[in-house]
Design a binder for this molecule. Structure first.
Ligand code: HQG
Length: 183
């Protein structure tokens, strides 16, 4: 396997265990989503995912979306966003730009028109600052389409927004009145 493919495989494994199923390798995240690096590496290697500290460092550094981060002292690691397990990322509310974008698939439009954007299995609804990023997110689900979110108006009306360490905009819900659908 090429080094690049190898790092993608490690990144996918990390997404699974640091966001969704830590128990699948017998670990538990702390309340803020952190796990000691040595505990993680031991658990991964015990279950046949051969990962070295150097590879882990390379994945954290080179990851296209900066999905993971080490603690200041380098002893712990966590995912920056995207969790379905309940963790407190200690996010600080921030004022969003006037508009944000949400990429989804056309097959979800009817449901969104009905209920607005809801967070499904994740902890937040994810929004992007630019349309290109939104399109990529949407194409993971099928034929992509981009919704424009009137985030400035939401903010004025008391909705809370956060930005994850890797720049993804997060909020709890987007009522349908704040969504501009494509023509
Ligand atoms: C849709 C990736 C029907 C919603 C990305 C989305 C992101 C509804 C899907 C991050 C609905 C949930 C998250 C409603 C929402 N009716 N469908 N009322 N409300 N939906 O994967 O935003 O690569 O949980 O439009 O970059 O696609 O993993 O959320 O299509 O930042 O790092 O329900 O995951 O990051 O899908 O993606 P997801 P998402 P990573």
């Amino acid at each position: 396997m090429s080094q690049e493919k190898r790092l993608i495989t490690v990144s996918k494994t990390l997404s699974l265990v640091l966001r969704h199923q830590p128990q699948s390798i017998g670990i538990a995240l702390d309340e803020n989503g952190w796990i000691p690096v040595d505990t993680l590496l031991t658990a991964l290697n015990k279950r046949g995912h051969k990962v070295s500290l150097e590879e882990l460092q390379e994945v954290v550094q080179s990851n296209d979306k900066q999905r993971f981060r080490f603690s200041e002292d380098g002893l712990k690691i966590r995912a920056n966003q995207g969790h379905s397990v309940s963790v407190d990322l200690e996010l600080v509310p921030v004022e969003p730009p006037l508009y944000l974008y949400h990429g989804t698939a056309t097959r979800f439009l009817a449901g969104i028109q009905e209920a607005g954007l809801i967070k499904q299995s994740r902890q937040h609804v994810h929004l992007a600052a630019d349309k290109e990023t939104a399109r990529k997110v949407g194409s993971r689900h099928g034929l992509p389409t981009i919704l424009t979110i009137r985030s400035g108006d939401m903010y004025q009306n008391g909705f809370i927004f956060y930005q994850s360490d890797n720049g993804v905009w997060l909020t709890n819900t987007v009522p349908v009145t704040y969504i501009q659908f494509p023509n």
